[in-house]
Design a binder for this molecule. Structure first.
Ligand SMILES: [Zn+2]
Length: 197
């Protein structure tokens, strides 16, 4: 049963959208219930392979705290880290399509130049190659790269900066505990590194 289910997980990342036999669904619920831990990790993130350029690191900073089993992390990250114990190390690749997705050419958009003007002048940060925060109608901020400055418009690339990028993670589990009832209810970790409220 477990093997069968793991195969389903491995082959269908969006497996929950498929209609599974009832006993599989029950098994899945039980499995996720037991997997909700609050896990603290130190990690490094590289481009392509572990010899690639380092993109992020918690070295000298606060470690990363996340709750497993709630879809907070990239599924491949969770798959490789959630079952480890304190002191265990990890080292694994994640393909672009399983990380921040492939690049989408439709995410290259032209916006009116007015949006980037202040006091009749182009804002100083609008330079080709710069990443600027763009806010959508719902108030969410997306990092967007300036592609070109045109007569009437600015061409922006709103693909995630890591879209199309294969990734490689290494790191260590520094803390692991069961999520509290309150954390389970909220769906996120509390305390140091988590939500403070
Ligand atoms: Zn909370």
């Amino acid at each position: 049963m477990k093997t069968v289910h793991n195969e389903i997980l491995k082959n269908n990342r969006s497996f929950h959208k498929f209609r599974l036999p009832l006993r599989e669904i029950i098994y899945f619920i039980e499995m996720t219930e037991t997997k909700k831990n609050v896990i603290t990790v130190d990690y490094k993130l590289f481009k392509d392979t572990k010899d690639g350029k380092m993109i992020e690191s918690t070295e000298g900073k606060e470690p990363l705290v996340f709750m497993s089993g709630v879809g907070q992390m990239i599924p491949d990250f969770e798959k490789n880290v959630a079952d480890l114990n304190v002191g265990d190390t990890f080292s694994f690749p994640v393909k672009a399509e399983n990380a921040y997705g492939v690049r989408n050419e439709e995410a290259i958009i032209e916006l009116p130049k007015d949006m980037f003007m202040q006091d009749g002048k182009l804002v100083a940060e609008v330079v080709v190659g710069n990443i600027l925060p763009l806010q959508d109608q719902s108030g969410n901020v997306h990092p967007a790269k300036v592609v070109s400055i045109n007569d009437e418009t600015i061409t922006m690339d709103v693909n995630h900066p890591l879209a199309g990028q294969d990734l490689y993670f290494t790191g260590t589990v520094v803390e692991k505990r069961e999520a509290t009832a309150e954390e389970l209810e909220h769906g996120h970790a509390h305390g140091a590194g988590g939500h403070q409220h």
